[in-house]
Design a protein around this ligand. Structure first.
Ligand code: BGC
Length: 348
């Protein structure tokens, strides 16, 4: 079968190649791939900056934002042939650490977790894949290809849960949420926040086009320019750019008692800001900075419930391009108007 593979750590090694059928040790459920979303993490892996092959192997099958159709449910009672499913990304560490031991693999303490398509286990960019039944999430079939948006939605379900958990440390009635960055994660954060009834604002660099339209369609307010120029102090900021200056500005601008949740993974520094000055602001306003990565089963469940209720037309506009597996290189390049690009392996 065909798969998109890469040699982690070596840029320019991604290729579409013939690989053996998935190993039965990877799980008793056999799935036919429908589509796989491409995200910044995949681009980093292809650029040789992130990612690990399975032990003893040099290449990794890429892809962690899956959507597939069950071909063989195996002995598990809960699945049947034809079900639309998405694979959970992370597996607990084998020790296990206390968090993995209670099913919170997203909060793994020792870093020995594994992740499909990212860290030591093959991903989903292959014509067929196998998975353990307990790591399968069924998706509403009426979502069709939009089920491929489940994985990024789980990342947001966790981040928003973290914000609420942290906010509960004191009396807290958040009224305004700012999302920085209107990429797929930012737009899904705005969608998630809008379900809570708070006033939602989204800020991005672009001034016109699909991103502002999608924000307004949620009933949220769109801003371009600097966070510092906003005319209000948000109670919550969900930071989805990973850009140093946006992070530093967010810490300056957050309201007293407010929570800044960092979801973007960037790199590099910021000139013109002294760390102690930024920290002093956070101290004097009782702010919390919370980093959030990955998602556990509770978040996968919440995200699937939220997606099933979402406006299909709005969600559909997030998928701006579908590419065939042989055109994976184009899929990894983000165009100016792209939000989510997916690689489509089979018709829905
Ligand atoms: C994935 C997460 C993963 C993280 C770090 C993200 O792109 O969505 O599931 O935990 O990368 O590897």
């Amino acid at each position: 079968m065909k798969a998109i593979t890469v040699e982690p750590g070596k840029p320019g090694t991604a290729r579409l190649e013939d690989v053996p059928e998935p190993d039965s040790r990877e799980g008793s459920v056999l799935v036919e791939a429908i589509a796989v979303g491409v995200c910044g993490t995949d681009v980093e892996i292809v650029e040789g900056k992130y990612g690990w092959a399975p032990p003893g192997k040099t290449r990794l099958v890429l892809g962690h934002e899956s959507l597939g159709r069950v071909v063989d449910p195996g002995p598990s009672g809960g699945l049947k042939k034809g079900d639309f499913v998405v694979g959970i990304v992370r597996r607990p560490d084998p020790v296990p650490c206390p968090n993995c031991a209670v099913g919170e693999w997203d909060m793994c303490r020792n870093g020995q977790y594994t992740e499909r398509g990212i860290k030591e286990i093959h991903g989903f960019m292959s014509e067929r894949w196998r998975i353990e039944p307990e790591y399968v999430m069924k998706v509403d079939p009426s979502l069709g290809i939009l089920g491929v948006l489940l994985e990024p939605t789980t990342v947001i379900a966790k981040a928003l849960e973290q914000v609420v958990a942290v906010g509960q440390r004191a009396f807290w009635q958040p009224k305004t949420v700012l999302v920085t960055g209107a990429g797929p994660i930012g737009l899904l954060a705005a969608f998630g926040a809008s379900l809570s009834g708070t006033e939602v604002h989204v800020l991005d660099r672009v001034e016109a086009g699909l991103k502002p339209e999608l924000v307004r369609a949620l009933g949220a307010t769109y801003h371009s320019g600097s966070v510092l120029d906003l005319g209000f102090e948000p109670d919550v900021i969900v930071e989805c750019t990973g850009v140093g200056s946006v992070i530093a500005d967010s810490i300056q601008k957050i309201g007293a008692g407010g929570v800044v949740c960092l979801t973007g993974v960037g790199g590099g520094g910021v000139s013109g800001y002294a760390v102690a000055d930024v920290a002093a602001k956070a101290v004097l306003k009782n702010n919390v900075l919370v980093g959030s990565v990955n998602a556990n089963k509770r978040h996968w469940y919440k995200a699937s419930q939220a997606l099933a209720r979402a406006d299909r037309t709005w969600l559909g506009r997030l998928i701006t391009r579908r590419e065939k597996p042989e055109n994976f290189k184009q899929a990894l390049e983000r165009g100016a108007e792209d939000i989510k690009v997916v690689i489509q392996f089979a018709e829905v």
